[in-house]
Design a protein around this ligand. Structure first.
Ligand code: PLA
Length: 458
């Protein structure tokens, strides 16, 4: 349907004028926006308006390519082969490959029903109880930055929306500042900064020769970047490589960023999912905060609480003073208001209930350990199956060294295409597989597919 708002202002105005006149006269109009032919037909009841569009006003809009990650799920749905396996998007599945709603989430939702909570608008910055617990979960409740009220926390539309809000703040208050992004990174990072009109460049991160971290490359690229740049870092479980710096390497990264007066910008989408421990997975962020650095942290509850579609997360800005934090928060709110006005309440209440109740919090930790444990066990089984099936002597041990939901297999684009066309294994073209979508029953099948693609496709 074509709305008045979607035509040009002059067309819209003349249309309204015409509509008014016709209402009075009791006629209905058949309007051709492109030509001048306004054909009228008598109507005895009320005005009805049909719009015949001969040539689309949207002709210059080309077809967008499918999303490299979410598009994989669409292709998977269309496949009717019974062996099909979706290892594209990072979404946790049970051993039966079914989606999983955490028991603590169900309990929190029951509590909400019992309390009969309302659906009034949230304030622009989100649910206060959520903002409190989310910053505490990230930084530790006794962290000086929290005690001194130096953290500006705003509830965001999950990790993506929180990153986007921070990008808008950078664009407005640090014009021309660059964001340094790891190569490779989560595919959507570049889109987020492109759409926010924030310039970015890449720093070396992954070394295909060692199938490990290119630490020297990373350090020299950060050093070479302009002072005052933002450095995007994956807090834990780097996506897509599954390779994180060691604690000693994090210290050195912090040294360089501090020397260059740069601002670290953490993306924490997997807290608790990398090691199974919430505190351990936040240690990179806490290390930077303990140095008194100002930093950004985007958080997501999609994976660790399985709240994918609730779109719940936050942007935290750790500032040098409580005064700066108050000002930053006010500007984040100002940016959010015309974008989406205020965030949704359901996921925020779930997180506030789970993290805010010692009983549910402990149960959550158990469930998270269970999920992280299942991923680790299929990781091991995939490795064992590859070793058993591949007689070429190739070293697959990198799979065991990687952490988190994903494994970066090193398969090329054409090899991943073989995985999908011949084996019905759906994965992203960069060679990433989500182990969270794999069951132990399917490990051998997946190993057959990988061995075939790796050795028989160039
Ligand atoms: N940051 C990183 C590093 C991510 O991997 C993801 C999700 C997000 C942020 C954002 O998630 P959220 O908006 O749902 O909180 N990455 C997924 C899904 C799991 C996706 O691409 O949207 C992935 O498959 O890579």
């Amino acid at each position: 349907m074509l709305s008045l708002a979607s035509v040009s202002p002059s067309a819209s105005l003349s249309l309204q004028k015409n509509f008014k006149t016709n209402w009075k006269r009791g006629t209905s109009s058949r309007i051709n926006f492109l030509g001048s032919d306004f054909s009228k037909t008598k109507s005895y009841t009320r005005t009805s308006m049909t719009v015949a569009v001969k040539v689309s006003r949207f002709n210059d809009i080309t077809m967008a390519p499918p999303d490299p990650i979410l598009g994989v799920s669409e292709a998977f749905k269309a496949d009717t082969n019974e062996m099909k396996l979706n290892l594209g998007v990072g979404a946790y599945r049970t051993e039966d490959l079914q989606p999983y709603v955490l028991n603590v989430v169900k309990k929190a939702e029951n509590l909400m029903l019992e309390r009969g909570e309302n659906k009034e608008y949230l304030p622009i910055e989100g649910l206060a109880a959520f903002n409190k617990v989310t910053a505490e979960l990230l930084l530790g409740a006794d962290n000086a930055v929290i005690q001194q009220q130096r953290v500006a926390t705003v509830q965001g539309l999950s990790g993506t929306g929180s990153l986007r809000l921070a990008a808008a703040l950078i664009e407005r208050y640090f014009p021309g500042a660059k964001v340094l992004i790891s190569s490779p990174t989560w595919g959507n990072h570049k889109n987020i900064f492109n759409d926010a009109r924030v310039p970015w460049s890449e720093y070396r991160y992954y070394d295909p020769k060692t199938v490990g971290l290119d630490f020297d490359g990373m350090i020299s690229d950060i050093k070479a970047a302009p002072d005052g740049s933002f450095v995007l870092l994956h807090g834990c479980a780097h996506n897509p490589t599954g390779i994180d710096p060691t604690p000693e390497q994090w210290e050195k990264i912090a040294d360089v960023i501090q020397e260059k007066n740069q601002i670290p910008f953490f993306d924490v989408a997997y807290q608790g999912f990398a090691s199974g421990s919430l505190d351990e997975d936040a240690s990179s962020v806490r290390l930077f905060a303990a140095r008194g650095m100002e930093l950004f942290v985007a958080q997501s509850y999609s994976k660790n609480l399985g709240l994918y579609a609730e779109r719940i997360g936050a942007i935290n800005v750790v500032c040098a003073s409580s005064d700066a934090a108050a000002r930053v928060k006010s500007q984040l709110k100002r940016l959010a208001r015309p974008m989406y006005s205020n965030p949704s309440i359901h996921g925020a209440r779930i997180v506030a209930n789970v993290v805010g109740s010692p009983e549910l919090f402990n149960q959550w930790k158990e469930e998270m350990e269970m999920m992280a444990g299942r991923i680790k066990s299929v990781r091991q089984k995939l490795y064992d199956s590859l070793c058993a099936k591949d007689k070429s002597g190739k070293d697959w041990s990198f799979i065991l060294k990687q952490i988190g939901m994903f494994s970066f297999t090193g398969l090329s684009k054409t090899q991943t295409e073989n995985m999908t066309s011949k084996w019905h294994v759906y994965m992203t073209k960069d060679g990433r597989i989500s182990l969270a979508g794999l069951s132990s029953a399917k490990c051998e099948y997946l190993a057959d597919a990988i061995v075939d693609s790796y050795h028989n496709v160039k």
